[in-house]
Write a protein that binds this ligand. Structure first.
Ligand code: PHE
Length: 452
């Protein structure tokens, strides 16, 4: 089924839409817990280095691929080189793996929002609250279905424009709140300064290959790379808009929000744990365990907590919508079905996969696949296996089949391209070696062959 390819109205339209997809739970929930777990300052440093070189080049390549072909991932690779059409399919599988567990976490956000609205802030500030909540069988499923349902309804009725408008107002407020909460924690709580030091000062003794693996996985996730999304965005981009500048702005925005979220959460963890480093490796629950305590200790915390979770919910929804929209349009193209059946189908698959993630914490908590429960497994498969694989193949494709100069020419149509040498060297030599190493080490690690 052919649908018309619309264009973004202008420069700002493109950057904001891409940033709306990029900024989400990845920045506010996932980045801080990874930074806390993988060494603080050293993780931050590795992340920023990777984002400005590798992530930047890959983002340029994807946007340019989309703009050149005016097609989304599957069609784009297919039209440029028959042998690479498999790449489009693999990339398209990623949103399908991410959306279900993303919605489970979206459900957690809704639950916490409801908690603040109904005055349960004090109960949620209890250490054991989060753990006992996710180990319930029914309730997390209900919230997950609600988040998934809202996303599906918005995509079904095509009203995402309205949501995006609201989120354009919410986003600056969210950033201001994150900043305010960080300043409050750092200024008023004992021990928070140690957390700031942990977060900002790289400690090279904490460096391991795992720091790089985790930072790279996070980079793909947060910037919505290696899953066809930026290709689709690029296909909607007009030729007079500068790819380089837009990519830089999206990246700055995305990394900036992640950086601030870390600054909000990590010092608070230090303050509440009395500097106990074990508290840093809590993983996915970190934000949900720490923030309610901060709000509880603040004057007007119930109100600020409510405002905070409303805005996180909006950020999560805009990302979930862009994930679902991508999957729906692939299903429509490939199966030749209409919007409604495609939405229903995607909803059904996501509910099934998301239920696994919910139950993995409760009724099926004893089920482990390669040592992980379901949510971690999905996260690992997409971020540490498929995305590096897609990034590796994309670099080979652009570097040796299509040739970087083809994409450079595409980018130069809209003005000078300053970092072409970085782009070429990254795509041809450094990024392929890097992604391959990451892929191998994360797989070997899971199977216990090496320990990193
Ligand atoms: N980048 C989003 C985030 O950081 C997640 C996402 C991934 C959204 C892929 C769309 C596509 O939360």
């Amino acid at each position: 089924m052919e649908h018309k390819r619309s264009s973004f109205s202008g420069k700002i339209g493109f950057v904001l839409a891409a940033a709306g997809s990029a900024v989400g739970l990845g920045n506010i929930w996932r980045f801080p817990y990874l930074a806390a777990k993988y060494g603080g300052g050293i993780f931050l440093l590795v992340y920023i280095l990777l984002a400005t070189t590798f992530g930047f080049s890959l983002m340029l390549a994807e946007i340019a691929l989309g703009r050149k072909t005016r097609l989304s991932a599957i069609g784009a690779f297919q039209s440029l080189h028959k042998r690479f059409s498999f790449l489009g399919y693999i990339a398209s599988a990623v949103p399908m793996i991410i959306l279900p567990y993303y919605s489970v976490i979206g459900g957690w956000v809704m639950k916490y929002l409801a908690g603040f609205v109904t005055g349960q802030g004090a109960a949620m500030a209890n250490d054991a609250y989060f753990g006992s909540y996710i180990s319930k069988t029914a309730e997390p499923i209900v919230w997950f279905l609600l988040f998934m349902g809202i996303t599906a309804i918005i995509v079904l009725f095509g009203v995402e424009k309205g949501i995006e408008k609201v989120s354009k107002i919410m986003m600056p407020v969210l950033i201001a709140l994150i900043l305010g909460i960080s300043i409050y924690t750092i200024c008023t709580m004992d021990g928070a300064i140690d957390g700031v030091v942990y977060y900002l000062r790289p400690d090279f003794s904490k460096f391991s290959i795992m720091t790089v693996v985790a930072a790279m996985g996070q980079l793909f996730y947060s910037m919505s790379l290696a899953m066809g999304i930026m290709i689709t965005f690029g296909s909607y981009m007009k030729r007079d808009i500068r790819v380089e500048k837009s990519a830089r702005q999206i990246e700055l925005f995305d990394t900036g929000v992640a950086f601030l979220a870390g600054l909000m959460i990590i010092p608070a963890v230090f303050a509440f744990s009395g500097g106990d480093e074990a508290a840093l490796s809590q993983g996915p629950g970190l934000m949900f365990v720490t923030l309610p305590k901060v709000f509880e200790s603040m004057p007007g915390g119930a109100f600020i907590g409510t405002a905070f979770f409303v805005m996180v919910l909006f950020a999560a929804l805009t990302s979930a919508i862009s994930l679902m929209e991508t999957i729906v349009s692939i299903f429509r193209d490939k199966l030749g079905i209409g919007r409604r059946p495609a939405c229903l189908l995607v909803f059904g698959i996501c509910v099934a996969l998301g239920l696994l993630s919910c139950l993995g914490y409760s009724a099926w908590s004893t089920v482990q696949i390669i040592g992980m429960q379901f949510l971690d497994l999905f996260d690992f498969l997409s971020n540490s296996v498929i995305m590096p694989l897609v990034a590796f193949a994309t670099c080979l494709f652009v570097g040796y089949f299509l040739k970087p100069k083809t994409l450079i020419a595409e980018m130069e149509q809209s003005g000078p391209f300053k970092r072409k040498t970085l782009f070429t060297v990254m795509i041809k030599y450094i990024a392929p070696i890097f992604t391959l190493l990451i892929l191998l080490s994360s797989i070997l690690d899971v199977f216990g062959i090496i320990h990193i």
